[in-house]
Design a protein around this ligand. Sequence first.
Ligand SMILES: [Zn+2]
Length: 140
Amino acid sequence: MTMYQHAMKTAARGPQAFCEWCGHTALEASLHQIVVADSSYVDPTDFTRDGRRRTHACCTEHASRLMDYGTRTWNDEQFWHAKLRRATRHCPQAVPTRTPEQLASQAGLTAEQLARALRWKDQLHGPHYHRPVHHLSTGR
Ligand SMILES: [Zn+2]
């Protein structure tokens, strides 16, 4: 089979996807589509999907393990930091001109949540990680 024929055959059957737990690849339609808790995930446009990421699993057992894992590893500070990153993504150079209250409000956080998110990031990367501020908008 040529590459072209293979591509045509694959396209006719539908898109492929993989189980996030074991890596098994299959037709997307034959996998379980699930939503898992993920404190590092914020939706670029739909804020109601924040912290809830769509993924695939090959079977109900792996679906259940993925959902358990997301719930067990949930971290509020990581979630708030992801919201802050999204809020400052388009204009990180403006961050130093904002007060903490303005930043928190822009990200949809309380001042306490903002402070905890920044402390959490400091503990991961050292006290000056978020200065210069362009680091706020990098990474996932
Ligand atoms: Zn699997």
